[in-house]
Design a protein around this ligand. Structure first.
Ligand code: PGA
Length: 229
């Protein structure tokens, strides 16, 4: 269950979220009700803050740190970019790459996304590669087949992101199968307006191996509801 906070939350808000989240997680773990590994992808300025909390808590075996983007370049003279090398020491295990908001607002191409996948793999970070249906083949072509098993691939139908209305499960499943066939060995997840009201329908389907959650991850209680589902 991946929380993608996007460009939300400042230091104080992160502190509050983490505080409540830890309590929720403790209860779920104590009751043996935690069914998911959780990944938190904070905005970059909060990386260290979240990292410190995760490294200091016994809960870290259930919760992992992710970033929302990574530089396609190695360490070097690339002002403003955060390289895989910069992330060493924070315990970053995942990186979202090729999110539709990056493709749209920052004009990222599938080629560039494939370079980000390389940056991740070099630092043993699992890339969470986001694609809409029409991007599947192009994105797959740019990534070496031998590396597919190192990926999480998130099916993210753009029309359903941030709308509050998830795509119908019956429409999601064929895409899950397509992704499974194309990206052999990858873990396939869904993202797009997942919330406590609709998660049950998705959980019932084995083919959906996880969730990338934007809006519903901002409110810690709502996110807690997803973990309890
Ligand atoms: P959403 O975002 O849950 O707010 O639709 C999902 C995403 O952007 O990955």
């Amino acid at each position: 269950m991946i929380a993608n906070w996007k460009s939300n939350k400042n230091r104080a808000e992160v502190e509050e979220w983490m505080h409540t989240f830890e309590k929720q997680l403790e209860i779920l773990v104590a009751l043996d009700k935690l069914k998911y590994d959780t990944v938190i992808c904070p905005p970059m300025p909060s990386l260290s803050q979240v990292s410190d909390r995760l490294l200091n808590k016994a809960l870290h075996s259930h919760t992992f740190l992710g970033v929302q983007d990574i530089s396609p370049f190695p360490a070097g003279s690339y002002t403003g970019a955060v390289s895989g090398h910069n992330l060493i020491g924070f315990g970053v295990k995942y990186a979202v790459v090729g999110h539709s908001e990056r493709r749209k607002y920052f004009k990222e191409s599938s080629l560039e996304v494939s370079k980000k996948v390389e940056s991740c793999i070099e630092e043993r970070i699992t890339p969470i590669v986001c694609v809409d249906r029409n991007e599947i083949d192009a994105q797959a072509d740019f990534i070496e087949k031998g590396k597919y098993s190192k990926l999480v691939v998130a099916y993210e139908p753009v029309d359903h992101i941030g709308t509050g209305i998830a795509q119908d499960v019956s429409e999601v499943l064929p895409v899950m199968r397509e992704l499974k066939a194309v990206f052999r060995g990858a873990r396939i997840i869904y993202g797009g307006s997942v919330n406590p009201d609709n998660i049950d329908e998705f959980i019932a389907e084995e083919e959906i191996e996880g969730f990338l959650v934007g809006h519903a991850s901002l409110d810690v209680d709502e996110f807690g509801e997803l973990l309890k589902a």
